[in-house]
Design a protein around this ligand. Structure first.
Ligand SMILES: [Mn+2]
Length: 347
């Protein structure tokens, strides 16, 4: 297991020098944030990001994430140029020695929460989600879209156009489009020495009437079976999947780990408080609904040697930063994960 941290580049208030001081953390996963979705990531900015990280004594261990253009997810004829661009990005990343690339296949929206600062009894705040609130939101009526983790920078007109297009795309079509994407991209990834890891949908159910297909063990296995290559794998996120209490995370870790298809492990705890209702907690088992000891034990049992990172943290000690991605609580999470790993390794 190689522990890493997510880093948002020069805009990130968390300095690489501080990440370097978190025990056990050997590197970061990063991304280029100023390249429009669908365009090729050129060699030079990738190389300069890598040098910047290496100068701080860390490694660039992977990319989180390369966004997938909506035309690919929609299966439009124009997807061909974006597929070609995605493949060239993968080749360029491979040339820079990057071996893991995270991506997702969520229509329009990335991860979604309904409250970014839910107070906890200890005075910290966390991210939370209540589907009852999501139902009340009409994304097309919002004057200014103000949703967390908004990757695309869509105008109202573009959003309207996308919703109309997705109205004609059901789950079966999204699966077809994902298969088409993987059939083109996986062979290129394999040749480039890059392992692809799909991130599950977060939350793992449809929102705003948009289809979401990656939310349980069955769907993750289906992704793996679409293209049989070690380059076609998963970014297994305990918190995303854990929002659905039907998901047994240790069992998934064993199943997909034994197949050698977990390329990136996201570790985070959640507390489910009702039907499609949850909040994110600190990492330890005592704080949320997931048994983190069992999860780490499963990773150890399958001989996991990929990259792992603490996922979203709470806001603690007055820290202001990128929501979910402050230094303090993720550092506590990293230390906890290191502790669990050492314990199961010696047991
Ligand atoms: Mn995650």
């Amino acid at each position: 297991m190689k522990l890493c941290f997510r880093w948002y580049g020069e805009q990130d208030p968390v300095a690489l020098q501080h990440i370097r001081q978190v025990p056990g953390v050997q590197g970061v996963v990063g991304a280029l944030f100023d390249i429009p979705v669908g365009q090729v990531w050129p060699q030079e900015p990738i190389a300069s990001m890598r040098r910047r990280i290496e100068d701080a004594g860390l490694k660039l261990m992977g990319i989180e994430s390369v966004p997938v253009h909506e035309d690919i997810k929609l299966g439009r004829p124009t997807r061909e140029v974006y597929l070609d661009n995605f493949c060239r990005t993968i080749q360029n990343l491979g040339s820079q020695g990057i071996s893991v690339v995270c991506y997702n296949f969520m229509p329009i929206f990335d991860w979604l929460r309904t409250d970014l600062a839910t107070p906890l009894p200890d005075g910290s705040t966390c991210l939370s989600y209540d589907h009852a609130d999501v139902i009340k939101i009409d994304p097309l009526s919002l004057g200014k879209i103000n949703l967390p983790a908004w990757v695309g920078d869509f105008s109202q007109a573009r959003l309207k156009e996308l919703f109309a297009a997705y109205a004609l795309v059901d789950e079966a079509r999204i699966w077809d489009n994902l298969a088409y994407f993987l059939e083109q991209v996986v062979p290129v990834a394999e040749q480039s020495g890059v392992k692809l890891g799909i991130h599950p949908d977060d939350p793992p159910w449809p929102i705003f009437g948009l289809p979401r297909i990656i939310g349980n063990e069955k769907s993750l296995q289906r992704v793996i079976d679409l293209v049989d290559s070690p380059a076609n794998g998963l970014s297994l996120c305990s918190g995303s999947l854990g929002a659905d209490p039907a998901n047994d995370i240790p069992s998934m870790v064993r199943r997909f780990g034994l197949q050698g298809r977990i390329h990136f492990a996201h570790l985070r705890n959640v507390r489910v408080t009702g039907e499609r209702r949850f909040y994110e907690t600190a990492h330890p088992s005592s704080e949320g609904g997931l048994d983190m000891y069992e999860i780490i034990k499963a990773y150890h049992q399958v001989g996991f040697n990929g990259i792992m990172r603490p996922d979203h943290g709470r806001a603690i000690w007055g820290e202001k930063g990128i929501v979910g991605y402050g230094l303090y609580d993720r550092s506590l999470g990293a230390a906890y994960l290191m502790g669990l790993w050492e314990a199961v390794s010696r047991g």
